[in-house]
Design a protein around this ligand. Structure first.
Ligand code: ZN
Ligand code: ZN
Ligand code: FE
Length: 765
């Protein structure tokens, strides 16, 4: 690393740091570090990362400097690589921050980050000029992705553009030794955004702002509170009447509501907390973490054993929660629409009061939601705090073309690829809803603009009727289509840096995806590499009586499975007692006559059927996976038995039939075994199915790695049991860690396929 100049006495080095190193206080950090070490030279933002020139007259190898750089880097920085080059000693008189040069390469931007400790301390200090100022921030914290309109990340390219800095703020902003040097959203009570409390119906301003807002919450009112990525609907979590009223507004009667708690001690009153869960809760990304209930809170998450809780992440939240400790904080939308970011989007019709402010939100983003499994995150939704973090692709997959992947239809995300990295958008919701589709278009435009992507190739799902597929067709660029479950398994391959050519067993289990043969797939075992897949095994097809209705009414699936297991004289078990005999007969006829009863190997529908048979599922579900979530919640611990099943390896693909399982399960029911124990046995069975198929796949095809993906693997119990068995059996197991296993990760898998496809096509010429 050291170079001794030939002409002058001294030592110099030049380093290039790549990763998320812009807009995160990296250059002032280097400036301060060079100052501490007494080095001269410069630091500069370039198109390929941050360049550093260090020099000194004293003998130095600069090792300690770069060790300190890695160790003490700003919290938002993500260093991908540091490369070194010999440099000329130039006798610089001081260390400077050179003007940025724009380049062609990827310039990243940090996600939105929770208020840091320093800012929090200042906010609570009565003699600080930002005492109780709800928009305090610095280079280590505050809004980023949601306020940026374009890159480079500069104040006039953000929604802070119209706030003219006062002298004191400007002083901090321009001083490289200050914590707020080039903190684009820097502001204070004199020059920055202001908070406002209004009556929703009349728009009348109300004095007292945040304090008054807390007292209104305590009085039972519903408030809309503007956060980082949109408005939350907020009420007192311990006031069941308010919660029910909020549920009426959202038209969500049972779907779990997220909570925001003032501090960890309050969280611990209601849930059990592991060390890792605690770490994620207090992390600067502040996700909602699903935690095991210790105590029930009425109306928050009925019939489930977990509560989704987050800690405050904006200064405004902190101030609001000082008085009221525990609030419901749920996205401000009517059923299935995107989170609202402007008052004009209809927020007044959803609440009694609005706590808003005048710093515009440019890009909306929901809160991220996760569980912790084996000390690592399992994302149910990836958005605020994590987007737009880049994902590096395998060296051998890298290519020069820009790629756009549009995902699926439900829980959609978009991914873009450029220069070795993929950026995946925040969760966009169900594109069948018109407003979500607009959100999709909005986000697509924004990502391409922000990261200077000119798509040369577009990738979608195989499904011919998805909005994303149709959108791609209109783009007039080469269009690749990737089978749904294939894309599911490719996402963890890309994430875990699996090399091209390596074959793994992809277990893709979900509710539904369009199969290569036009039928609905869902319980899939695929031999996968980046270029293609072979359907090794799948669940035996079953009729979905009523098509889409079968997914909403689990009793239909229960009937379908009973019919498959026993024929039309299946036992009329007690779970069916509330279903009219004529309705059951109707379903049986439908299936027998193949009327509107498409065949599917769905795994989600299997969960529905079992949940209903155990009396755990409602007749009609209110939200996706409700029946499956209740089944998982009900499971007891310490049960090791499982049910029998058939694995037919004489067929191609192999098939798994659950008729023996249903037969035993019904016997257990009539023997009065508890639903808790039956649920546990059911989960064990599915883990066994994977373990046994994996064993046979290893025998026959030499596969040693299993990738678990698809929405079913949001089931923590199943995931844990499966990983345990597979690991004990000597398999390497991978699963999505930074992405959700559900359809949110399809666009990432699609990128992986396209990269490999481009590479192979180039080789072929
Ligand atoms: Zn800060
Ligand atoms: Zn100011
Ligand atoms: Fe899926």
């Amino acid at each position: 690393m050291k170079t001794k100049s030939k002409t002058t006495e001294g030592y110099a080095v030049e380093a290039l740091v790549s990763g998320v190193v812009q807009g995160v206080g990296f250059r002032p950090f280097i400036y301060r570090l060079a100052y501490e070490f007494g080095y001269k030279g410069w630091v500069q933002n370039t198109g390929v990362g941050v360049k550093i020139h260090l020099e000194t007259e004293n003998e130095a190898d600069f090792k300690d400097f770069f060790a300190a750089l890695k160790k003490d880097k700003p919290p938002l920085a993500l260093i991908e690589d540091i490369s070194f080059k010999q440099a000329q000693f130039k006798s610089f008189k001081k260390f400077t921050i050179k003007k940025s040069i724009k380049g062609e390469s990827f310039v990243f931007i940090s996600p939105d980050i929770s208020i840091c400790e320093n800012c929090h301390r200042e906010m609570m200090n009565p003699s600080d000029r930002r005492f109780r100022y709800p928009f305090i921030n610095c280079t280590d914290c505050g809004p980023r992705y949601t306020i940026v309109k374009a890159l480079p990340y500069d104040r006039n390219q953000t929604t802070m553009k119209d706030f003219i800095m006062c002298e004191e703020c400007a002083q901090e902003y321009t001083d490289p030794l200050d914590r707020r040097y080039h903190a684009q959203p820097v502001a204070c009570p004199f020059c920055g955004p202001q908070v406002e409390l209004k009556e929703a119906k009349t728009g009348k301003k109300i004095e007292g702002e945040i304090e008054k807002a807390s007292s209104l919450i305590k009085q039972g009112y519903i408030l809309a509170v503007k956060g980082l990525g949109g408005f939350h609907l907020v009420c007192d979590a311990l006031n069941p009447e308010s919660v029910v009223q909020l549920r009426e507004i959202k038209r969500r009667h049972r779907k779990p509501l997220a909570l925001m708690a003032r501090d960890l001690s309050l969280v611990e009153q209601y849930v059990n907390l592991s060390t890792t869960e605690r770490q994620y809760l207090i992390s600067a990304r502040r996700p909602i973490v699903l935690l095991h209930k210790k105590r029930e809170i009425q109306e928050i998450a009925p019939h489930l054993d977990e509560l989704g809780i987050m800690l405050p992440y904006t200064p405004l939240h902190y101030l609001l929660l000082m008085e009221v400790g525990l609030i419901v904080a749920t996205s401000s939308n009517k059923k299935d629409a995107p989170i609202m970011k402007d008052e004009a989007e209809g927020i007044t019709s959803l609440c009694d009061y609005i706590l808003t402010h005048d710093r515009p939100i440019y890009m909306r983003s929901d809160d991220s939601v996760m569980k912790i499994v084996d000390g690592k995150p399992l994302f149910l939704r990836r958005a605020r705090g994590y987007v737009p973090y880049p994902q590096k692709v395998h060296e051998e997959l890298k290519g020069p073309k820009h790629i756009l992947a549009l995902g699926g239809e439900l829980k959609d995300t978009i991914s873009v690829y450029k220069d070795g990295y993929v950026i995946t958008s925040q969760f966009l919701g169900d594109l069948d809803e018109y407003q979500n589709y607009i959100y999709f278009e909005e986000t697509l435009k924004h990502l391409c603009n922000l990261f200077a992507i000119q798509p040369e190739i577009v990738v979608t799902d195989l499904h011919p009727d998805f909005h994303t597929t149709r959108y791609a067709q209109k783009l007039g660029i080469p269009h690749l289509k990737v089978q749904h479950h294939f894309a599911h398994t490719l996402a963890p391959l890309l994430e875990h840096n699996i090399p091209p050519g390596k074959k793994v067993l992809g277990v893709a289990w979900d509710g539904f995806g369009y199969g290569s043969d036009g039928t609905a797939w869902g319980g899939e075992f695929l031999i996968t590499d980046y270029s293609s897949f072979q359907r090794l095994a799948h669940f035996q097809n079953i009729s979905l009586p009523g098509g889409d209705l079968a997914a909403k009414q689990p009793w239909r699936m229960a009937v379908a499975y009973l019919l498959t297991t026993y024929g039309k004289d299946f036992p009329r078990i007690s779970a069916l007692k509330d279903i009219q005999a004529s309705s059951i007969k109707g379903i049986v006829e439908m299936i027998k006559n193949k009327l509107n009863s498409p065949l599917s190997s769905s795994c989600g529908r299997l969960f529905d059927a079992v949940s209903f048979l155990l009396g755990l599922s409602p007749k009609i579900i209110e939200f996706e996976a409700e029946a499956a979530m209740r089944l998982e919640s009900a499971a007891s611990e310490g049960v090791s038995e499982s049910y029998p099943f058939y694995l037919w390896t004489h067929l191609n693909p192999w098939q798994i039939s659950f008729t023996p399982m249903f037969d035993s399960l019904l016997k257990d029911l009539s023997d009065n075994l508890s639903p808790a124990d039956i649920s546990s046995k059911f989960h064990n069975t599915l883990a066994q199915v994977i373990n046994i198929v994996a064993g046979k796949a290893r025998e026959k095809h030499g596969l040693d790695t299993v990738a678990l993906s698809g929405g079913v693997f949001l089931n923590k119990l199943l995931l844990k049991k499966t990983m345990e068995l597979l690991k004990r059996n000597g398999f390497k197991v991978i699963r999505p860690l930074n992405y959700s296993p559900n359809d949110e990760s399809l666009s990432l898998g699609q990128i992986a396929y396209a990269l490999n496809w481009i590479k192979n096509n180039k080789e072929k010429g």
